[in-house]
Design a protein around this ligand. Sequence first.
Ligand code: DLL
Length: 435
Amino acid sequence: MEKRYYQKEIETMPVEEIKKLQSEKLVKQVKHVYENVEYYRNLMDEKGVKPEDIKGIEDLHKLPFLTKADLRDAYPYGLLAKPLDECVRIQSTSGTTGRRVIAFYTQHDIDLWEDCCARAIVAVGGSEKDVCQVAYGYGLFTGGPGLNGGSHKVGCLTLPMSSGNTERQIQFMMDLSATIICCTPSYAAYIGETLKEQGYTPDQIPLKAGIFGAEAWTEEMRQNIQETLGIKAYDIYGLTETSGPGVSFECEEQTGMHINEDHFLAEIIDPDTGEVLPEGSKGELVFTALDKEAFPLLRYRTRDICVLSRKPCSCGRTHIKMSKPMGRSDDMMIIRGVNVFPSQIETVLLQEGYQPNYQIIVDRKNNTDTFDVNVEMNPDQFTDTVGGVTALEKSLAAALKTMLGINPAVHLVPPKSIARSEGKAVRVVDKRKLV
Ligand code: DLL
């Protein structure tokens, strides 16, 4: 019989027991951090909180938050809670915005992280019979190493492809009959596009499932990938600061990601006031790592905006679910005073029959924001007359205006003229930040 869970007892544990487990772990973890991390001890002292004040998860709100700015201040060793002798690895963010984050791991940390990724692989139907193609980047980025470790634990035949070299990806996929692929959703779309160009139809592609994350992607994008590759596309979430992918993952229901609650305690807060919001509210996701030894962040503000739900899931897992992040509070653009998320634009483009190849360019001219959206034409539109193209641009601009409330300048550009992404796609170029 197909295995449904990697760690059944934990994944299906009754909610009351999970909460009890979290409380026990939290008490220990706060003590560990207070004793070993001077930076956080100072934050707690400033707030007048002692480890004894934290008796369970109901006291979590008493602890101070940690932010990306704290990580910058404490760079590189200031949040380390174990001697370097006991650490065996670092991973790091790409550092595109500000200073890099460096996360440290003991062997135990890596072991638990890989378990989380293994849970995600089993949740999409993975077993030792599968061939798992890991096409996330390897190296400092957590995507490749995390899923690679999870795939080993499940016992899949693991193809450590890393990202890029799409021709080779396709060759290995076909020759070795890969059944599961792990990569960013934008790279999955690109691989799908290339397979189609090479004449493959979905039924000729051996894949059955994909585990896609590391960037925001819409339900429309999910449909698009599922259709081109003939697979089920599942979401996976995580961040370097909390170890990497596998903080949460989707099950067969495909309606949000179960947070591995035995390791991560989640809260939703109002990003402006820091107030903890009740379940079901939309707000910023905050994580407390309950088991991490080397880099144990408490109440870390992710900046990701989402909703949590404890609605029972048909898969039998009891862990709370998070919705797809609706964007980061820091990649929300404010254009002419209106809040705009790239995901809203992606939704409209795919609904209007375009492919997910687009770029948003924001600038400021004469003190007014300019807002341009470049979208690739579908090949059949390429032959249209200039008048025809202008009409299509107008109609797309109108659809975007309905969704966003402001009018972008839409430019249909030739097929293949927007650079494809092998990792996280760069969807927004905000030139205003450069001044
Ligand atoms: O992106 C870890 C990861 C690797 C997750 C592979 C999933 C798969 P960072 O580079 O530190 O780590 O970026 C973390 O990426 O705060 C989110 O804003 C975004 N992100 C990650 N997963 C998702 C997702 C990895 N499934 C940041 N949907 C996070 C939307 C995501 N955004």
